[in-house]
Design a protein around this ligand. Structure first.
Ligand code: ARG
Length: 460
């Protein structure tokens, strides 16, 4: 078996070495980025006078042929192909002859793999951003059509105060807006070309890192060759961004799971987005939401695994770094699928607005309003809190309806009873960013604008 580095070695590599160290099974995914990076490198070598125009064109033609073979599935991998970089270079050399053997001039797999992975990550994160916007549009759409429907807002999973359904849905939308922001700044920071750093120290040949960076569409070029080949911050940041998107989706998922229970009864899942039980004929299960919640554990694991892998590495390249790819691929795939599935789940679910309103209209939901009513009459809030709290306790202890106690309360006065009427409490949440219709209207408009601008940015 003949590897790229066979010159210095006597005999071929052990079977166990190859079995343990190959990355081809997973890094094939970088094939197109590898070819794109090689094209830029070859053009750079030609600009620097290291390759003639003819040699450059021969290598470029061979790279095109390799790309076609890979796309058609006719590319034949060999046992000596350690990774996609080796495989592409071997085939280019077979096709282009002596010119092909010049492809790797002034380049190492260390700057090559860093270049490929940055190109790949930049594109993939942009794809995730697009899917986030689609979910935001679904949240917006459902919020808009929810109108003035309301449900209990919870703290400690205990009913606290009523909130508009639109307000609740948009809360998830704003979290996703921060995710989008974060992806944008991660992309901005990773937009640096490492090509030209060589194995670790640059080259004695007149390379043109700025030229290849521009050719590849990178915003900037590396400042330090050691850093260029060692830096995997962009992978760590991507994994964090993806894990946090997972956490946000998981929290939404948890609510969908709760809301779809008979106990809550706030939401009915569409048949196409739920699963049945092999034994219990009556069951309709929220598996998409549960797997979103479950897979988020793995997303967090991918991040912590990568950070642990990086923490002990001296400069510059160490083979440990090959372990950056699988978690990244896995997190990207998981989030892409989760975003699409959760979008479909949310878009197809039916809200049970009557059950939501009934739960929110429990008289105790207006307890804060009763206290605030006392406050408007000059009672200090702490005293008002105690007065209303005592009424609630009496109602529970003695089984007397709160309405009756409120009507009979000398402190609360005649106007207080109307605060317990259906749908009143939510309408009283009028402060900016609050949960009532008057405050939600401008919020909806602001979110709509934000999402429209995001859609323009990310494209379809
Ligand atoms: N497959 C390797 C990786 O993913 C490519 C770089 C190998 N470089 C080396 N010096 N062995 O990191």
């Amino acid at each position: 078996m003949s590897t790229l580095w066979h010159g210095r070695f006597e005999g071929g590599p052990a079977e166990e070495l190859m079995a343990f160290t190959v990355s081809l099974p997973f890094d094939q995914r970088l094939a197109v980025d590898d070819i794109v990076g090689s094209r830029a490198h070859v053009r750079g070598l030609c600009r620097s006078g290291i390759l003639t125009d003819v040699e450059r064109d021969d290598v470029l033609a061979a790279l095109d042929a390799v790309q076609s073979e890979l796309a058609a599935g006719t590319f034949e991998f060999e046992a000596s192909d350690e990774d996609i970089h080796t495989a592409v270079e071997r085939r280019v050399t077979e096709l282009a002859g002596p010119a092909g053997a010049k492809l790797h001039t002034g380049r190492s797999r260390n700057d090559q793999v860093a270049t490929d992975l940055r190109l790949f990550t930049k594109r993939e994160l942009a794809g995730i951003a697009t899917r986030i916007v689609t979910l935001q549009e679904t949240l917006l759409d459902r919020a808009r059509t929810a109108g003035d429907a309301y449900l209990p807002g919870y703290t400690h999973l205990q009913r606290a105060q009523p909130v508009l359904l639109a307000h609740h849905l948009l809360a998830h939308g704003w979290a996703l807006a921060r995710d989008l922001d974060r992806l944008g700044s991660t992309i901005e920071r990773l937009d640096v070309s490492p090509l030209g750093a060589g194995a670790l120290a640059g080259s004695s040949l007149p390379l043109d890192p700025a030229g290849t960076a521009a050719d590849l569409g990178f915003a900037r070029v590396f400042e330090n060759s050691l850093d260029a080949v060692s830096d995997r911050d962009f992978v760590a940041e991507s994994l964090f961004d993806l894990a946090l998107i997972g956490v946000h989706l998981s929290r939404l998922a948890e609510e969908i799971i709760l809301w779809s229970t008979d106990e809550f009864g706030f939401l009915r899942l569409d048949d196409a987005y739920s699963t049945g039980s092999s034994m219990l004929p009556q069951k309709k299960n929220p598996d998409i939401a549960e797997l979103t919640r479950g897979k988020t554990g793995r997303l967090i694991g991918n991040l912590t695994g990568l950070l642990a892998m990086l923490k002990g590495l001296p400069l510059a390249y160490n083979r440990d770094l090959q372990e950056d790819k699988e978690p990244l691929f896995d997190s990207l795939d998981t989030i892409a699928l989760a975003l699409a599935a959760m979008t479909g789940l949310l878009a197809s679910s039916t809200f049970n607005l009557d059950a939501m309103a009934a739960a929110a209209d429990a008289p105790t939901s207006a307890a804060t309003d009763l206290a605030e009513h006392l406050v408007s009459g000059g009672v200090p809030f702490r005293d008002a809190h105690a007065i209303v709290g005592a009424l609630v306790r009496r109602s529970l202890d003695e089984g007397i309806a709160l309405r009756e106690l409120v009507a009979a309360s000398p402190e609360l006065g005649p106007d207080a009873l109307s605060l317990l009427d259906q749908g009143i409490a939510v309408r009283r949440r009028t402060t900016p960013g609050g949960a009532g219709p008057a405050a939600v209207a401008p919020q909806l408009a602001a979110f709509e604008q934000l999402v429209a601008a995001a859609r323009l940015r990310v494209g379809e």
